[in-house]
Design a protein around this ligand. Structure first.
Ligand SMILES: Nc1ncnc2c1ncn2[C@@H]1O[C@H](COP(=O)(O)OP(=O)(O)OP(=O)(O)O)[C@@H](O)[C@H]1O
Ligand SMILES: [Mn+2]
Ligand SMILES: [Mn+2]
Length: 653
């Protein structure tokens, strides 16, 4: 952006000057459109400057100290030029309007991206953001500047999701930082109850122990905040929001935990956020770098010169790994003969999901008028839904669970479908079913009731999968003859105030009604007498093997499933269907694969959700994490659907 510079380009006080950035933008060159953020100390607007979209930060000036602060921020910004730092393009540095003009970053700040958009970056994306950020901080520190407010809300993302460090409101030359004086604390906010509290908590979770003790802030304190931020990026969890019970409260943000308690725990007990876990794919070297960076002793934390080198090498390794996997896939695809060594990778390379999805042509949305809403009754209770999910492979090496969330089926705002498939003997059946079931349901919704549609869709999906598997077997060598993948399935349809759950296998759905859990499905396992008798009547074989009742030679524990063609028809795909009418007493449903229910009881689930921020994605994640911690050895998938509005205060902020 080449803007005309009016000489002398120096502020009234003589402290801010620049060769490139105009300090007195003439009012006709810009127009503010609307505020996009309101901070404690400023309002940020979207604006147009010389025909280009920009962001304008306009400080709230109430005292002469505030004007000093503006000059300091401008002075620093004029000296900075780095692609990892939010770019200042101009200023208006005289009364009555003090303003800073920045390049506009389209994807907002990292806090919003993670917790409002629920973006979950790949390991590679997270590493790239961390590396860019580390370089920006390395640059700042090389100029002798400490930022002192590194946190996701101050990291802006452009369209390509590259990070740009922003908000130099607290930045300072190292030589000028004496003590973190109360002056900084004063400037953070006038202590007006709720706001003050919220702002303090939002900030203090990123502050290093020495800063919390009001000792000196050094560049190592930025290293600490950087570590908390990168860990948040990897886990997607707001720091300290899923603390264990031993420390009194589960969530800081619910304010059970006072600032003083949290500060004390961080400073004296060495409390830190839950570290990113290796199961999620975070490289071990990255996890230990985070731990080093948040060491309680600033001297033990590495400097950004070292962090940059380390992150670059972790990133290179990660890219190398991705390339190798890709090369393997490609070499596989280009080789025609599929030999035994390739067999495993073949199973994984057939896209069973696409096969399922393309199995029948879906009805164009406009045509698929559902009859489910026809029996309209004007006075029925209508629940207000919000939903979220979380899936983890837990301690297993592979993930065989699949799930889908299909709110607003066929654009109907009152029809929602959610489903989980738990694969066994490979993930093929689960993958295929998650692709195929929605299409079948969509086709059936205009011709039969929701429960009939569910019943039919389960059967059709099972037949389709086994047909598909057969035709793969016929293509010579493609799929082994004795490979019989299967999956359990649970699906819930919510139509206005009715919920209908279809289940085949041991996934489970519960409804929390007046604070108590009610099962909306029954587990189909061989340890259940009724199911055992049904299998035998259908000509199947049930034996006590090792520790429990199991079906057939495959020794399956579940008695109903999609796929498992060696055990058909005894192991049926016919679902059992339950339904209920919802009222204001109904709070939420939880659907999960057996990986959760094996170790967490229905009552525990209700208790855990009670203590978790009321955000369905976070509740799902919290339940799955709990199951892993309790030693679940299985894959875990959880879907939480709230049935009544949850106040935003109880959600994230
Ligand atoms: N250049 C920009 N492009 C897009 N959004 C921006 C830009 N600058 C700021 N914002 C938005 O405004 C918010 C506040 O900006 P900034 O942190 O600089 O202000 P602040 O008043 O110092 O805030 P705080 O209350 O955190 O101290 C950012 O988190 C971001 O969402
Ligand atoms: Mn900020
Ligand atoms: Mn600020």
């Amino acid at each position: 952006m080449d803007l005309e510079i009016v000489e002398p380009n120096i502020c009234i006080r003589g402290c801010c000057s620049s060769k490139k950035i105009p300090i007195y933008l003439p009012p006709p060159s810009y127009s503010l459109s609307h505020p996009i953020a309101r901070g404690a100390e400023s309002v940020v607007y979207e604006a147009i400057l010389d025909g280009k979209k920009v962001a304008v930060k306009k400080p709230i000036l109430s005292t002469s100290e505030d004007i000093d602060k503006f000059h300091k921020e401008l002075q620093l910004l004029c000296t900075l030029d780095h692609q990892g730092i939010a770019k200042l393009v101009g200023a208006h540095a005289k009364p009555p309007n003090y303003m800073l003009f920045f390049e506009f970053y389209e994807s907002g700040n990292l806090a919003g991206k993670l917790h409002v958009d629920e973006w979950s970056p790949s390991i590679r994306q997270a590493l790239e953001i961390a590396a860019h950020l580390a370089k920006a901080l390395q640059y700042l520190h090389s100029l002798g500047i400490v930022h002192r407010d590194v946190k996701p809300a101050n990291i802006l993302l452009d369209r390509q999701l590259q990070p740009h460090l922003a908000d130099f409101g607290l930045a300072e030359y190292k030589k000028n930082v004496k003590l973190v004086s109360t002056e900084n604390w004063k400037s953070i906010g006038k202590p007006t109850g709720g706001f003050h509290k919220r702002n303090m908590v939002g900030t203090l979770i990123y502050m290093a122990p020495e800063v919390l003790r009001k000792e000196i802030h050094t560049e190592k304190s930025d290293v600490y905040s950087f570590a908390i931020t990168v860990n948040e990026l990897l886990t997607g969890v707001v720091p300290y929001t899923d603390l264990r019970a031993e420390i009194q409260a589960h969530t800081v943000l619910e304010m059970n935990y006072t600032e003083q308690q949290l500060t004390a725990a961080i400073v004296s007990e060495g409390l830190r956020p839950v570290l990113a876990d290796l199961q999620s794919g975070a490289p071990a070297s990255l996890v230990s770098l985070i731990e080093e960076c948040w060491d309680k002793d600033p001297q033990n934390r590495p400097c950004f010169d070292d962090i940059v080198v380390e992150l670059d090498s972790i990133l290179e390794h990660e890219i190398g790994r991705n390339c190798m996997e890709k090369a393997l896939e490609e070499s596989f695809i280009s080789s025609n003969g599929v030999d035994a060594a390739n067999f495993l990778s073949y199973q994984e390379n057939v896209s069973w999901f696409s096969l399922g999805k393309d199995f029948l042509k879906r009805v164009p949305t406009a045509l698929a008028a559902s009859t489910w809403l026809d029996s309209s009754d004007d006075h029925v209770y209508s629940p207000v839904l919000s939903w979220g999910s979380f899936a983890s492979c837990g301690r297993r090496e592979t993930m065989e669970d699949r799930h889908f969330l299909m709110p607003q089926l066929c654009d109907e705002k009152d029809i929602h479908i959610f489903a989980i498939f738990d694969g066994h003997r490979g993930s093929a059946a689960a993958e295929f079913s998650s692709g195929a079931l929605p299409g079948f349901l969509q086709n059936l919704c205009s011709v039969c009731s929701p429960s009939d549609a569910l019943f039919e869709a389960f059967i059709k999906t099972d037949v389709a999968f086994r047909t598909q598997l057969d035709s793969c077997r016929k293509r010579k060598g493609a799929v082994q003859k004795d490979w019989h993948p299967g999956c359990t399935a649970i699906a819930a349809i919510i139509v206005r105030n009715k919920i209908i759950v279809a289940n085949a296998g041991d996934c489970r759905t519960i409804l929390c009604r007046s604070g108590k859990p009610y099962a909306l499905s029954r587990d189909h396992v061989a340890s259940c007498l009724e199911e055992r008798e049904r299998i035998i009547r259908a000509g199947g074989l049930v034996k006590w093997q090792v520790d429990t009742w199991r079906v057939g030679d495959a020794a399956l524990q579940v008695t109903r499933s999609i796929g498992d063609d060696d055990l058909k028809p005894a192991v049926t795909a016919e679902p059992e269907i339950n339904s209920t009418t919802l009222s204001a007493k109904d709070e939420y449903i939880v659907m999960a694969s057996d990986g959760l229910w094996d170790v967490v009881s229905e009552t525990d689930v209700v208790n855990i959700i009670r203590d978790t921020v009321k955000e369905p994605g976070m509740c799902s994640k919290r339940l799955a994490t709990e199951a892993v911690e309790r030693g679940s050895k299985d894959n875990i998938t959880v879907i939480v659907v709230f049935l009544c509005p949850v106040s935003t205060a109880e959600r994230i902020y």
